[in-house]
Ligand binder design. Structure first.
Ligand code: FES
Length: 168
């Protein structure tokens, strides 16, 4: 009898642990849908699985980072991060007015900030309301299909030199 109870306990425990792992996995997928590795202030994100017009939010040095693969029909922009033939809008997800986190509306291809009504286009350029400048671009380096946040590659250096972003 006690053996049977032990077995039931173990089976139930195993089931609970599996359920917990499944729940954690589901949460991880929601928070962090693109494969990424974090180490010593750098975050490496593999962009090969990114879907068009779907906003992914990464975390880098405590800041939300917006990773958005622009729809192919959209015009190229000097702020684009180009990987292969894909164009990405990569920005720090903090409104340049007073720092709220804007939301992305894929149907309109706009970021909107609920705090004071600021709006940004798909390139994260301010197009309406109080934000004084586009969303900032974090330092990045392109490594094949991966993006390394926190490293400074030539593409980012050029954007800085051209005045397309402030240094964060
Ligand atoms: S903080 Fe975004 S519009 Fe004011």
């Amino acid at each position: 009898m006690s053996n049977r109870r032990d077995f039931m306990g173990m089976a139930l425990g195993g089931f609970t642990a599996l359920g917990g792992i499944a729940a954690l996995y589901a949460m991880k997928r929601t928070w962090d849908p693109l494969p990424s590795v974090k180490a010593a202030g750098f975050t490496t994100i593999d962009l090969s699985a990114a879907e068009e017009n779907v906003l992914n939010v990464e975390k880098w040095r405590g800041k939300p980072i917006f990773v958005l693969k622009k729809p192919k029909k959209d015009k190229p922009d000097p702020r684009d991060v180009v990987i292969g033939d894909a164009h990405f809008s990569i920005t720090v997800g903090l409104c340049t007015h007073l720092g709220c986190i804007p939301a992305y509306f894929p149907g309109e291809e706009k970021f909107k900030c609920a705090c004071h009504g600021g709006e940004y286009d798909v390139n994260a350029k301010n197009i309406f309301g109080p934000p004084p400048r586009p969303l900032d671009i974090p330092p990045f380096k392109i490594d094949g299909t991966k993006l390394v946040l926190g490293e400074t590659g030539p593409e980012y250096e050029k954007m800085l030199a051209d005045g397309l972003t402030l240094k964060v």
